[in-house]
Design a protein around this ligand. Sequence first.
Ligand code: URP
Ligand code: ZN
Ligand code: ZN
Length: 461
Amino acid sequence: MSSILIKNGEVITATDRFFSDVHIEDGKIVNIGKNLEKPKSATQVIDAKGHYIFPGAIDAHVHMELPFMGEVSADDFETGTAAGVAGGTTSIIDFVIPARNQMLLDGLKMWKEKAKKSVADYAFHMAVTWFGDKTAKEMEHCVREEGITSFKTFMAYRGAIGVDDTEMIKVMETAKNLNALVTAHCENGEMVVALQEKLFREGKLEPKYHAQSRPAPLEGEATARAIMLARMTGVPLYIVHVTAKEAVDAINEARLRGQVVFGETCPQYLLLDDSVYEKANFEGAAYVMSPPIRPLGHQEPLWAALKSGIIHTVATDHCPFNQHGQKTLGAKDFRKIPNGAAGIQNRLTLMYTYGVLTGKIDLHQFVEVNCTRPAKLFGMYPRKGAVMVGADADIVVWDPTKEGVISAKTHLHKCDRNIFEGYKTKGAPAWVIVNGRVQYDHGNLKVERGAGRFISRAAGL
Ligand code: URP
Ligand code: ZN
Ligand code: ZN
């Protein structure tokens, strides 16, 4: 195993900043202190002068190799986690999504197999896409035997992976008994279908109608409903990919009442507006995701919610589909465009450039929402999300001066579009250490297929 000494850097945590050296041995952080001597064992010394040292980021919402809407998302666990490492993300949480009527544990078996290629550590949320006789027992098995301590419910995607309120209540009651967390994709699924059918009947078929079929109030309604169901069942709730100010208001109201509700958002909802759907030549399809990119007026409330602690994490919902051959399935009908886009490589640099450097969040909040809070909420702290003696040696050495421009021509996502095409960035990883090994060094990726390990997570907040 390698031993690395990082010298002269400034450690940034969710609460503190201090100049310190960091010594890594056998995949763990073993010493943090000023003027550390080079240990005899050290095989590498990194001079981090002028750089920040963050905990490796966790992307708590990704979909690698996901069968969805008749296609499979374009990054697999190897390419997706490699792109993540290049961007400073050293652990992911993917979603096991069994088909309706498939046993949860059969779905888990499939995901375990796919994830063996991962270059970085990974964990799973379990999506409950239907509720049968054995589901409660399977959920118990997930928590007690598999270290899968969060369950996902989709209120959208009716007729596919979506659940109704009765099923959702059962998931919540079971999760409550298991001390587990319920996560929810909040959109009113029935109304989305009704609007989709109306638009289709009217001959409105282009990508922009995807957004019109899923307006913000439908997210607000479903968020409030999920919160009410969680309140009645007494389970903690985590709302994934919050996009709309109506949803922010619902979360805030619940929290002010003392309910345990958390929110996640993604860079695309903070930075883009729905004018992207007006792009000519079917280019708007690249932005077809659910919930959709919102009109102007939603982004500032999201930033404010992040800054004020109403929203707690930033993830990517990384779920790339190629424009050619995948998105084009919906060339004549927006309902058939596979939903999702790439983002795992770009999250940190976007949040640093457009969040920290603009003053919308501070450096500690940047570490909190990208690294530390996901680890805490999902039962991985302090093994993950911390620069602390005893923690896993997942570390980002960050160059705050490095400038770049995001492009599908250069990104490592295995897809032909980048929804942040042309975005200028400042601040990027210089070195990324994963499990004690330098896996990224100034543009050179040195990842190893299969080196990632499954992270068993603790239950309870
Ligand atoms: O459009 C999206 N978000 N695709 C991935 C599945 C989901 O809803 O998270
Ligand atoms: Zn979703
Ligand atoms: Zn998702």
